[in-house]
Design a protein around this ligand. Structure first.
Ligand code: NAD
Ligand code: AHE
Ligand code: ZN
Length: 375
């Protein structure tokens, strides 16, 4: 069949809207009509050329929601008409990682996914004889796409596609980082670096978990009001304080008889390795946990004095908020439908596929939280 898609033709170039060929689902695969897709910073990261796994030409996008149109041989858990959210972290429930119960990082198809291919090593997308790569196993910047059955979460059919697509990455990553990865407890203090599409969901998760002091850090003062909307209690703009942001935050979080500062939990939601170090060092001596969420470009490395770890801080990371997609994503959709979490206010822009590059411009300008393309 033919489908309309925004194709990443080369690193650093705007996406090009074109009609591409899409082969139907093979064994264990599902054809999905994508109804809406968010634009995440990670799409921009790959398009920029900074992603060591970046391949071109490719159809990017990994934050979608849609409807099952057709299923391949052997598919048992999904049928035509089901509403689904694509999962860049699948859940096969059979691989050693899934069976370990220690991680959400299913390894069933990770190798081919990283090569921009379906599990059998081929692509379903092409233009004539030229192959187009899949992206993060999802390619939601195409109106129709093919995914493995294990990479689809079946969700409540009453939920609006243009909102729940955000659960396909940003919402789940932010809230999951708090609940699944850091395991934040009531009364905790926390610092969130970067109040974008991920950081605001970390704040929303911290509020759900019952954190008392939630400090947001961003270079953009417009983010203060955004953070406050979801439960942030204090805001710091590193450009507007005297000296280094780490001692400033440590001082802000001083409590107890010994007056040792540092937050119980800190989160990097920027992708800057400099910020990742600041986040670790702003966490509390003896027990502070610092979670890396941001992704950094090829060749970049993190560093700190080992003493920071010797003295009890833990440096950890999270992918998709530690969520097991087929199990957890339908629950998060229900939380949204029950009013337990907010999504609507964070979707600042809704665009047509033709205008998808505008979504990237808005992100660069710091004007959007999430732009969503509706097909
Ligand atoms: P975004 O562009 O919406 O937000 C980034 C925010 O960080 C902006 O508000 C920006 O002003 C702020 N910022 C930039 N530099 C800063 C600095 N030095 N100090 C303080 N604030 C700073 O991006 P997003 O969609 O929220 O994504 C954030 C990061 O998370 C990206 O690196 C993205 O690739 C990554 N990500 C990771 C996962 C995962 O599973 N680990 C999932 C989704 C996104
Ligand atoms: N390809 C990059 C890594 C990018 C990365 O870390 N991706 C996150 C999801 S970001 C979603 O917006 C992730 O899930 N990582 C785990 C995985 O298996 O990819 C690189 O550096 O090579
Ligand atoms: Zn993402």
């Amino acid at each position: 069949m033919k489908t309309r898609a925004a194709v990443a033709v080369a690193a650093g170039k705007p996406l090009e809207i074109m009609e591409v060929d899409l082969e139907g689902p093979r064994e264990g695969e599902v054809l999905v009509e994508i109804k809406a897709t968010g634009i995440c910073h990670t799409d921009e990261f790959t398009l920029s050329g900074a992603d060591p796994e970046g391949l071109f030409p490719a159809i990017l996008g990994h934050e979608g929601a849609g409807v099952v149109v057709d299923v391949g041989k052997g598919v048992t858990s999904l049928k035509k008409g089901d509403h689904v959210i694509p999962l860049y972290t699948p859940e096969c429930r059979q691989c050693p990682s899934c069976l370990s119960r220690k991680t959400n990082l299913c390894t069933a198809i990770r190798a081919t996914q990283g090569q921009g291919l379906m599990p059998d090593g081929s692509s379903r997308f092409s233009i004539g004889k030229d192959k187009i790569f899949h992206y993060m196993g999802c390619s939601t910047f195409s109106n129709f796409t093919v995914l493995p059955e294990i990479a689809l979460a079946k969700v409540n059919p009453d939920a609006p596609f243009d909102k729940i697509c955000y659960i396909g990455c940003g919402v789940t990553t932010g809230i999951g980082a708090v609940i699944n990865t850091a395991k934040v407890e009531q009364g905790a203090t926390a610092v969130v670096f970067g109040l974008g599409g991920i950081g605001l969901n970390v704040i929303q998760g911290l509020k759900l978990a019952g954190a008392d002091m939630i400090i947001g850090v961003d270079l953009n003062n417009d983010k203060k009001a955004w953070g406050e909307r979801f439960g942030m209690t204090h805001f710091v703009n590193p450009k507007e304080i005297d000296g280094d942001v780490v001692p400033y935050l440590v001082n802000m979080t001083k409590r107890g008889a010994d007056q040792i500062g540092g937050a119980d939990y800190t989160f990097d939601c920027t992708g800057s390795t400099k910020v990742m170090r600041q986040a670790l060092e702003a966490s509390h001596r003896g027990w502070g946990k610092s979670v890396v969420i941001g992704v950094a470009g090829a060749g970049q490395e993190i560093s700190t004095r080992p003493f920071q770890l010797v003295t009890g801080r833990t440096w950890m990371g999270t992918a998709f908020g530690g969520a097991r997609g087929r199990t957890d994503v339908p629950k998060i959709v229900d939380w949204y439908m029950d009013g337990k979490i907010q999504i609507d206010p964070m979707i600042t822009h809704t665009l047509k596929l033709e205008d998808i590059n505008k979504g990237f411009d808005l992100m660069h300008e710091g004007k959007s939280i999430r732009s969503v393309v509706v097909y």
